[in-house]
Write a protein that binds this ligand. Structure first.
Ligand SMILES: Cc1cc2nc3c(=O)[nH]c(=O)nc-3n(C[C@H](O)[C@H](O)[C@H](O)COP(=O)(O)OP(=O)(O)OC[C@H]3O[C@@H](n4cnc5c(N)ncnc54)[C@H](O)[C@@H]3O)c2cc1C
Length: 427
């Protein structure tokens, strides 16, 4: 089925004689949708992106890309664009455990692709990428809801209440972790039990949460700061996302706090928790919480084989990993790269999307195993979990290679049975 694309206003003609309104209709102009449109632009494909939000606002989403995700961004050609417009590189990652002197990782010096973490305000990142997709020729409909999608030889997307859907060679669902369309289509969404909760807030004011707190100052180097309280089942990740703006996440085991932190009345308790885990007090003296404040159940939710009959799922719609590990953005870019590569290597987009779905299941399965390992060792509660941690941490001090390098390698970090046994100190 070779597609021949016409210009704007034409229909896309398929070699079997049928025609479609577009080559690709992408539902959702988030990181997944926009970066896919950018990645396949310039080849004459007619692309429509339908985005619900008129203006992007803070929904408390990912604002730090891990080094392996920075590599994915480079491969997709969006890395420089992000740095020029809204993003900041952080060359260090500093981890404080129980307020002790930190382990500082020089990221470019120690990651396989010599890459940094990258931080940005999520809404600005979305705006920049969607604009770039439009500049490269995608048609973008903002403030528009895709209300229904139909499978088929020629799949269709219905906009608002329109009775006649728009047709495409392939429909891409990139409408996020709570995708309604995914459920309406009958994709089976699997779900792990809830274990970790992530609360996210923004601090605005005269502070820099990417400041180097580990003794000797490295003035030009931003760091992502992580504070970990193993006995308390809590972790804090903090970083600057723009001048005078910082993102702080509190991650905690669901049994640690009696209720989810959320809304203005919980901000004082959030700050109390952040200080208790090790975040410096001066951050909260010189800055205040801004925008929405809410908590999220971090359990994985995913679709196995995220393709069916002309409709393919990417990003959080295909699989949402636990925000606690800060890998959703990187995973989303991996999805986009895999799908791009499959779509560009074959004109048979059905087979291409099926192949992508297999690629996705393979790497996502490894990520899920890796995160399950980390959640169990670092956050499980009780005496047995405490002594297992103590034992494992003592071994890490002698042999750091026991800890899979998730930050540098992402899904390629070892997560098989042997890696698990080494991580837990069983072998
Ligand atoms: C609390 C929290 C913290 C996180 N922290 C991190 C982190 O530090 N690092 C990290 O890597 N990841 C993090 N993540 C995950 C990361 O934010 C996601 O993986 C990423 O945003 C997924 O991008 P996406 O494009 O798939 O989905 P989304 O960003 O959700 O985009 C979906 C888009 O679709 C639009 N849409 C939805 N329905 C429709 C419809 N019917 N019609 C039209 N448009 C529609 C929405 O308006 C939205 O713009 C975090 C997530 C959460 C919840």
């Amino acid at each position: 089925m070779r597609a021949m694309s016409g210009g704007r206003g034409d229909e896309t003609q398929l070699s079997n004689g049928s025609s479609t309104d577009y080559d690709l209709i992408i539902v959702g102009g988030g990181l997944a949708g926009s970066s896919l449109a950018i990645a396949v632009a310039g080849r004459g494909f007619r692309i429509l992106i339908v985005e619900h939000q008129e203006e992007f606002r803070d929904r408390i989403r990912g604002e730090v890309l891990m080094p392996w995700g920075s590599l994915e961004a480079k491969r997709l050609g969006i890395y420089d664009l992000l740095l020029e417009s809204c993003a900041i590189e952080a060359a260090y990652f500093s981890s404080f455990t129980n307020g002790s002197s930190p382990a500082v990782r020089d990221l470019p010096a120690t990651t396989p692709a010599a890459t940094c973490c990258v931080t940005f305000p999520h809404p600005e990142m979305q705006a920049v990428l969607l604009k770039r997709a439009e500049t490269l020729g995608a048609e973008v409909r903002r403030g528009t809801v895709a209300s229904a999608v139909a499978f088929g030889e020629v799949p269709r997307v219905h906009i608002g209440g329109a009775a006649k859907g728009l047709s495409a060679r392939l429909v891409v669902l990139a409408d996020g972790r709570d995708s309604r369309l995914r459920s309406l289509l009958g994709f089976e969404v699997r779900h792990d039990p809830e274990q970790l909760v992530t609360a996210g807030m923004v601090l605005e004011g005269d502070v820099n949460c990417s400041e180097f707190l580990a003794g000797e100052a490295r003035p030009s180097a931003n760091t992502v700061n992580l504070f970990y309280d193993p006995a308390g089942g809590r972790m804090v990740i903090a970083m600057r996302i723009a001048p005078g703006r910082n993102r702080i996440y509190l991650i905690y085991h669901k049994d640690v706090l009696p209720k989810r932190l959320s809304g203005r009345h919980s901000v004082d308790e959030m700050i109390r928790q952040l200080r208790a885990v090790g975040a410096p007090s001066h951050w909260f003296d010189r800055a205040r919480q801004a925008g929405p404040f809410a908590s999220f159940d971090g359990s994985h939710r995913w679709v196995e084989g995220p393709y069916h009959e002309g409709v393919v799922l990417v990003g959080d719609t295909a699989a949402a990993t636990d925000p606690a590990w800060g890998r959703g953005l990187s995973r989303t870019l991996r999805d986009v790269r895999l799908l791009r590569d499959r779509l560009l290597e074959s004109s048979d987009w059905r087979s291409a999307a099926e192949a992508y779905a297999r690629d996705h299941d393979d790497f996502y399965g490894r990520m899920r195993r890796l995160e399950a390992m980390q959640t169990a060792l670092l956050f499980e509660r009780g005496d047995a979990a405490d002594s297992r941690r103590k034992h494992a941490f003592a071994l890490f001090a002698h042999d750091p290679t026991r800890v899979p390098d998730a930050m540098g390698l992402g899904p390629e970090a070892p997560s098989d049975d042997q890696a698990r046994a080494r991580y837990f100190g069983e072998i």
